[in-house]
Design a protein around this ligand. Structure first.
Ligand SMILES: Cc1cc2nc3c(=O)[nH]c(=O)nc-3n(C[C@H](O)[C@H](O)[C@H](O)COP(=O)(O)O)c2cc1C
Length: 201
């Protein structure tokens, strides 16, 4: 049993991402994990950084609440659609504001680099994209899609242990694509094991 924070970033109640999130939560409940959900649109999380938090050491209450959830969890699961090769702005803003300097990482002069402060937490990423990334004209597009968020988390000391990148998710996809994706997320939730080595699916 683990403490799991699910961060969900899709505005649509009828979206496929919502169905994936619900399948994930069902699977996690079956595994008797303790669960918290940050539903960024439902919570009206403001992704815009303020000057005060950028230059003061004291983040506002909405950010402190999210940091408390991150501190509580052992496993962070992000569920989002790929929008322009990356996470939706609301999730990018959550990462910018919540995983801030001083809370998630610090600068170490001696090694001229950052040290993550949130280890040994681990992350799992479930994303959907309409394209087949192998057909992107530029190789960096597929790279950004799967590596940007793990890089951000990694700076905070959070290792991305599992990544389920669902592709060719669009309205013209055959029904079995959606059924297979939901089944994959169910399996994903039931087999979450923090001791497992990294794997990409
Ligand atoms: C603003 C926007 C940008 C998008 N950018 C991409 C993209 O870069 N690559 C891609 O494969 N799909 C892209 N898509 C398609 C979405 O990833 C796709 O519609 C979504 O994953 C389907 O899940 P949903 O039904 O839950 O929304 C984009 C969609 C929107 C609205």
């Amino acid at each position: 049993m683990s403490r799991v924070l699910v961060v969900h970033a899709h505005p649509g109640q009828q979206s496929f991402n919502r169905a994936l999130r619900d399948a994930l939560l069902d699977g996690l409940r079956a595994g008797q994990h303790e669960i918290e959900v940050s539903d960024l649109y439902a919570d009206q999380f403001d992704p815009a950084m303020t000057a005060a938090e950028l230059y003061d050491a004291s983040p506002p209450a909405a950010v402190v609440r999210e940091q408390a959830r991150v501190s509580w969890c052992e496993l962070l699961v992000l569920v989002y659609p790929v929008w322009w090769w990356g996470p939706p702005a609301i999730l990018k803003g959550w990462l910018e504001r919540v995983l801030c300097l001083g809370y998630a990482f610090r600068y170490e002069i001696a090694r001229n680099g950052y040290a993550g402060l949130l280890a040994p937490r681990r992350a799992a990423i479930i994303s959907t994209a309409s394209a087949d990334p192998r057909t992107y004209p530029e190789p960096w597009q597929a790279e950004v899609q799967t590596k940007l968020v793990p890089a951000i988390l990694g700076t905070a000391g959070i290792e991305t242990a599992r990544q389920l990148a669902l592709t060719e998710i669009h309205q013209y996809a055959p029904p079995e694509v959606f059924a297979d994706a939901l089944a994959a997320v169910g399996t994903f939730a039931r087999t979450i094991d923090l001791s497992r080595p990294d794997n990409q699916e």
